[in-house]
Design a protein around this ligand. Structure first.
Ligand SMILES: *[C@@H]1O[C@H](CO)[C@@H](O)[C@H](O)[C@H]1NC(C)=O
Length: 274
């Protein structure tokens, strides 16, 4: 099962996507139905209880577990300020076993996740958001990052787009797709940490994943941690934008995630079937 919870905030007539995972797991972020948001405030087998959440907040304030099949909602508010980064608002889930130097960034692995809008808590597309990314162990780069909104330093034709970039030091756009309401967008990214490549598989809803890129050169070296959630960047910032730029007050924004897991693809195994 990809998701173990069904819709709460929105009524979806169709059952959600289920990618049947058939390869050996590296980590599993699919939340069993017997867990509550408060279970993520203490050490658990699924996500870090410490990172990344606003100072003074707990994950039970930044996370809503939706009923079976619907995934988990990650929330940001004015209080979502991590580590004095007053330029950002952020809340992200990191897999519990992913300590930055573990096997999730070694060999060949395929990262799966699905992302969906929360119509009740829309993002502000005047801003840039990072929804999923790999941050290197020395925090010097993101080797992969899924963005939406108005991307800083670029001319974003349509901010209501999911844009997947490779290593931000090179700035290569690997894949993009409209961020369509009321449907999950399913990603699988095969990461070869020896050959330094990335291949993107994608589908929406309950469709099987299909390869949407070739095997692309992308510098995924440097190990690190996978983040899933909402990192909202400021507008009008200069220099170190973690510390400056404008963030409007009174926000209540969120994004729904489901089907976060990683499998071992050293033998070529990639789960694609719904
Ligand atoms: C969206 O962000 C812009 C830039 O920060 C801000 O001026 C505007 O008020 C925000 N819109 C909403 C609906 O919050």
């Amino acid at each position: 099962m990809l998701f173990s919870r069904l819709p709460l905030v929105i009524c979806w007539a169709l059952s959600p996507l289920v990618v049947a995972q058939t390869c050996q797991l590296q980590f599993d972020g699919r939340v069993p139905s017997d867990l509550a948001a408060t279970d993520f405030d203490a050490p658990n087998d699924i996500f870090s209880e410490t990172f990344v959440v606003g100072q003074g907040l707990t994950f039970s304030q930044a996370l809503r577990l939706l009923p079976v099949g619907a995934g988990s909602l990650v929330l940001i508010s004015d209080e979502s300020i991590f580590n004095d980064q007053v330029g950002f608002r952020r809340a992200e889930l990191i897999p519990a076993s992913n300590d930055g130097a573990d096997a999730s960034t070694q060999g060949v692995k395929t990262l799966h996740f699905s992302v969906r809008k929360d119509n009740v808590r829309p993002l502000n597309l005047s801003h840039e958001y990072q929804l999923a990314f790999l941050e290197s162990q020395d925090f010097s780069t993101n080797q992969l990052v899924l963005k939406t909104g108005t991307i800083l330093g670029q001319n974003t034709a349509d901010p209501d787009t999911l844009q997947l970039f490779g290593n931000v030091n090179e700035g290569q756009l690997l894949f993009s797709a409209p961020f369509t309401p009321d449907i999950f967008h399913n990603f699988a990214l095969t990461l070869d940490f020896d050959q330094l490549t990335t291949q993107v598989f994608f589908s929406t809803g309950e469709d099987a994943l299909v390869a949407v890129t070739d095997v692309l050169q992308n510098d995924v070296s440097g190990q690190g941690q996978f983040h899933f959630g909402v990192l909202k960047k400021p507008v009008g910032g200069v220099g170190d934008i973690t510390k400056n730029g404008f963030q409007p007050d009174g926000i209540d924004e969120g994004v729904i995630f489901g089907g976060i897991f990683q499998e071992d693809s050293a033998d070529g195994c990639v789960s694609l079937s719904p």
